[in-house]
Ligand binder design. Sequence first.
Ligand code: ATP
Ligand code: MG
Length: 427
Amino acid sequence: MAKDKIQAIKGMADMLPEDTPYWDKFTQAVVEAAQEYGYMQIRTPILEQTRLFKRGIGEVTDIVEKEMYSFVDSLNGDELTMRPENTASVVRACIEHNLLYDAPRRLWYMGPMFRHERPQRGRLRQFHQFGLEALGFKGPDVDAEQLLLVKRVWDKLGIKNVWLELNCLGQFAERQVYRETLIKYFEAHKEILDEEAQRRLYTNPLRILDTKNPAMQELVENAPKLMDSLGEESKAFLKRLTDILEAEGIDYRINPRLVRGLDYYNLTVFEWVTDKLGAQSTVCGGGRYDPLIGMLGGKETPACGFAMGIERIIELMKEEGIAPSYKECSVYVAWSGEDSFLFALRTAEALRNKQISTILHSGSAKFANQMKRANASGADFAVIIGESETQEKMVSIKPLRENLKDYGQQLKMTVEQAVEYLAEQTR
Ligand code: ATP
Ligand code: MG
């Protein structure tokens, strides 16, 4: 009788080895960029108290209303949630460990987030984010710094099809005035509002502006603009930010309907979007969240940050034809004959001692088949050890890629010479 195959949970993807080069390239780019700007890594647990997110993200956000993986710990009754985002956790950690006591902090994180959404292209239930948080900075210089850093990540990855959308949410009091104006406007057109918009009308009317429903596009396009409710200070803040971006050649588009999903934002909000990924077009989103640290019980501290959706960025890399090479090793050691095995093993170990990634062929196979494996492994070189090599205490080296110096030749040398040669050529 056939056994039931156990499958992964819906919306939770395996990262297969074929995708590893993309993850590696992404990780290298963002870690480099973070270091170039002096950001330090922070890692927080995946599980947190549910109330951290309820308070931190806001009771009426989509995430808290319907997307959180929350449960009661059956061992002790604690109410826990798998983090749907990392900003609230980072702020919690900063307060808990008094990290903001004597100086501001520049922090980065990377890891899995969990949201119970409807799985579709670009929308998973376990997905991964890389993000930055700068805590203790009034801006807008640091807002600009983070946007420059993001631009640098696109450049490092070779991504071209992204652009920056920017808006200013002003301060809470300004938004309250706008909220009333907006509610009045939508109330006057209630028949056009879909079910979701009706639900949001009195809880989070700004989010209605964010709707993807085509039937509501005209309505939201003609809605009163938040910018018109902003005071001089907020407008000047935005102007100072855009002045820096213009001076540094960062293109942007002001999108008056950009409001972001979370409750804690003020002043700057932004998204980097693409037209290559269908409906899930935002690859990076963030902004300023001056109220959050106070809301979570810390001393009022201005801050800003962003998060990138790594799966979406990897898909964008693929759409743009960016293809990091698949490589299991740099050197593949092929051997044959009982007597050759130990000599081949020692050669492989000598290469590994020089940090050269080396696979020693396992099992017995014809040389032709071993060379096929060598090629498929992505190795740059094959080291060939047959019976004659073993007797002479020499190894043969074959460069496998056209761009390599001695391509087309087969070189013969001692193990010591081979190690030196391969260390030089694979550096
Ligand atoms: P969206 O409007 O796409 O739902 P969001 O406003 O919920 O995005 P944030 O909470 O700001 O997104 O998260 C930042 C980034 O993380 C998003 O821009 C996106 O790239 C990525 N992201 C968010 N939710 C998911 C998900 N369910 N699956 C994959 N990536 C996601
Ligand atoms: Mg969302």
